[in-house]
Design a protein around this ligand. Sequence first.
Ligand code: F6R
Length: 627
Amino acid sequence: MCGIIGYQGERNPKEVIINGLKCLEYRGYDSAGIAILNDGKLKRVRAEGKLENLNKKIENIDFNGHLGIGHTRWATHGAPSEMNAHPHYVDGVSLVHNGIIENYMDLRDELLSCGAKITSETDSELVAHLVAREFQISKDLLKSVQKVLPRLEGAFSIVVASEDQPDRLVAFKNGPPLVIGQGDGETVVASDIQPIVAYTKKVFYLEDFEIAEVTREKVEIYNLKGEKIDRMPLEVSWSSEKAEKHGFPHFMLKEIFEQPAAVQRAIAEYLDIEKKEIQLGDLGFSDTFDQYIAKANKKNAIETDEILKNVERVFIVACGTSYYAGLVGEYLIEKWARVPVEVEFASEFRYRHPVLPKNSLFITISQSGETADTLAALRLANESDVTSLSICNVPGSTIDRESTGHIYMSAGVEVGVASTKAFTSTLALLNIFGLYLGKLKGEVDRDEEVRLVEGLIHLPSQMEQVLSYDKFFSQAAETLKNFKGFLYIGRGVNFPIALEGALKLKELAYMHAEGYAAGEMKHGPIALIDNRMAIVVVAPDDDLYEKTVSNLEEVRARGGQIISIGTEGNKKLKELSLHLLSLPKSEWSINAILSVVPVQLLAYYVANALGHDVDQPRNLAKSVTVE
Ligand code: F6R
């Protein structure tokens, strides 16, 4: 994980780097540091903990140079501490690193035996030593990095600066992403595009095993053999989004409240509201990524339809919350399109020698578009004869670029480490995708399409209504935080929502929580129930409602305290529950999206009541770029 950035140009590097690190803090937040030229030396300041600690330290420090690098860390080798924070500095060479150097033990022994003074527990510092040693000989930063690379094993990216060549940075990528922005007399290198688009829209995405020598004026890219690669920058249209809380105490709460707008944006692209019709348009299956985003009018809808019509099987592969979105997708696609769907954790899929039959569609879901396991699964799928389609929130992310088809969540930048709006936007998009596939397959008729599109059109305003439970949870959290644990249960499409609810509570409140299929309770978990256990049941009106209610009777008989998420007017649920949170009446597939809001609010307020940092929960990072 970790976020890295480098800047050179006329602006104040301290500002560019700190603003960039703010955008990248989602990648890790256990320590941060910068090294910026000052009187010809790379002056280094590092701090343990969140970026604000570094900010305080450098507030009153000025740097008179115009080149610098910065880093925000998620510890792999070595505890989170100032000593282990990046940049590392050895004899005029300074380096920031993202990823893992697998042969670090051998390198460490070798360097120690040559008398190197190693001052941290990290694998990263060793690379700085190796580059500094080579630099003594070649006096050329690019050559030094080129010489060192064959000695390093693992997936990692680096950006290196040298006091003796203060007009350039050298960057290398193998694994974690690196993007280079080429502005007018300035360049920015960063782990993602957000810190760059504030200054330029011309970008180079480094591919694996590429090295770039970056000066203010130009970017030169080489392969590992040292051969120059001719590449024009890509012109992107994405603009920078300032991560601001807009009066909310946390990004997470702001992002929960942004969901109606995010969902509206996500579906607007694919809905003809007047005709009440879904149009998927051109998903770009036949273009390279560069061609796809350069197209003014995405008109190849016919070809997209032809490809989708032939799909006989769907695989959905993702991690964490995105995986749960995939599970919802399974219910929707199988119901509407009658195509078999398999959903799998990316970390498992890639290691089980999966069979991907011809005419399969391989869907990845990823907010960040950089999750290492999901990317590896996609690469595996791309080696076989299947069509890949990504649902990503970050256009231009590695997963987006390496997929043949593209759907964007359009949720806007998600800063809270726990995913919220990206999840609900994805669920809405999966509704659209499932329905469209059903239409193409002749399984969804016009009446059904109109009815379900109407449901989608009302979704944003219904989400607004459900957000009013904010008040309820802000008060109830004081009681809820005292339960010994939480069981989340649901059936059918609501089962993945139960899983998501439990994950949210675990990651934010650090409480024991489990998601279960309601019908499975009697096969074991019912033994957990007593009056100190809270049961959150997701049971809006649908075909399975009565069955879920029977499962609840069993829970109630054993003293479990029930919090229900149901549909308004539902008397039976009310009788059984300590609290009933009722949702406006809607389609079964829309209910699942509405039900997410209360489980998010519950986790947020309980975590808050426990005094946890909800935006940056312990041990987590938003983008998991290691296996
Ligand atoms: C949980 C959460 C994670 C991510 C997972 C996948 O709130 O955010 O479980 O969903 O790490 O990340 P992406 O979607 O970026 O691939």
